[in-house]
Design a binder for this molecule. Sequence first.
Ligand code: SF4
Length: 233
Amino acid sequence: MQIENKIDNQLNIGGVLKFSILDFPGKLSAVIFCQGCPNRCVYCHNPEFIPEKKKSTISFDEVLNILKTRQGLLDAVVFSGGEPLMQEGLYDALCAVKEMGFRIGIHTSGYYPEQLSDVINLIDWVGFDIKTVFNKYKIITQNDISGEMAEKSFEILLRSTISYEVRTTLDSRLITFEDLKQIAYMLKEKGVPKWVLQECILRAEGNAQKLNMISDEELKILNAIISVEIRKQ
Ligand code: SF4
């Protein structure tokens, strides 16, 4: 109980999804949304998890109790956000969840390379955002050093042996086809086997507007460089 109390103070949880088939490919998972993110992505789909100072909506102890009822039913627990690697209590939380027999996934923007190194041996799978070419990150994240940090984290991920997925959100206001081609060549050079392009849908006042700018012809060009999967929202 003491360790749970310590984690409670160092892990700000914004919410929990008790069941997901989308957040860890091929696995049934629960998702813990960590509160707080250093980036301010223009298209963020979880803006409620960006502020750092909001109090946890649920304690870690309560989360563990939920997970106990799902042992044997779920394969994995995914730490998402926000940015999970910003949480001081992440290491202990990962250990506690792993001890329960769950696989561990994290979704990250790569902003915290040192923290990624610290926990990488506990993780089974990473969903890694490549927002755009690294020297243009600020256009999307509104954060000066986000590209540099993401590049360092990406190198750490590639040097590890864990499974990962690299994904990029297709927002035609912020990323060009030339940017996509540059990313495709970079991924190929690094030996990344597959790249996920996520549809970007802007929802405002009951309207949904697709911001994808990729044509079939352009998709063919990218697919000739690296295997691309289009993920619909
Ligand atoms: S890194 Fe992710 S959680 Fe943070 S602002 Fe960007 S999209 Fe939102």
